[in-house]
Design a protein around this ligand. Sequence first.
Ligand code: SF4
Length: 341
Amino acid sequence: MVVRRDSAVGEQNSGGGKKPAKEAKGAAVKKAAAKKTAVKKASSAVKKSAPAKKAPVKKATVAPKKATAAVKGVPAAQPVAKPPTGESHTALVRRARRINRELADVYPYAHPELDFDNPFQLVIATVLSAQTTDLRVNQTTPALFAKYPTPEDLAAANPEEVEEILRPTGFFRAKTKSVMGLSKALVEQFGGEVPGRLEDLVKLPGVGRKTAFVVLGNAFGRPGITVDTHFQRLVRRWQWTDQTDPDKIEAAVGALFPKSDWTDLSHHVIWHGRRICHARKPACGACPIAPLCPAYGEGETDPEKAKKLLKYEKGGFPGQRLKPPQSYLDAGGKPAPPLGA
Ligand code: SF4
């Protein structure tokens, strides 16, 4: 099962080019490899998947030695040889899964960033997350669910009062219509319960496949890949796929990982996109997976400057959820402030 959401897995190809061993002799790699065992391991991984052809990366391809050493909670970056292009499928699978494992180490507490206590709250919050941030939704839904805790309550609400509550999320009139229509359908067609099947969810007004899969993946434990804007950007940077169509990205990435990894993979990728690998200014100099990334150098490579680009808990700031899981708090994460705080 694959999920779409806007908000919102070696061996080398035998084709020509320099041998990986030559790559390993690059001065930067040698310097860093001599210093740390971990660096040696990373360097080896890059060698295995080193490019047969010149990589399409114009900027520096060697990570600075101190890339992330000063970033709390982020493992030290390791040197990068040339980016892995021309990989075999097997090599790509290995590199993709290694990236996911590295990200799991960096974000062991990764979770959906919408606050919810039950499937009803999640489906409503996901509908509201269109064209706004999860933070803004999380700051808005406490008042909504306090006043209308069930589908029955929301279906019978005064639309103008709902609009006032939803105003901070933008497009509040359309969103009011959506969530009230959705609630009415839940009451009339599903006894006031959110159904746990894709074919039922997509029949609900305002619920497309992307929202349905977010709900199934996070409220019903059914594996799904959430292809939001972060996911699309990062998997292309990592050359997991060159597809641009979300459906094709889902299929291509889904083929690299076992289904059981899909939901957590989605969280890891999206978390990395929100915290480190930003759209405009990726913090390459503070990135723990730099050795595995063909796009290293697209963003700031100076460790100190890169550190200043980090967001949320990696930058020492609050997260998006007002009620994050305990694992996040235990790791030093801070809850987001309520609206107006
Ligand atoms: S920040 Fe993004 S582009 Fe830069 S090295 Fe990390 S994953 Fe690659």
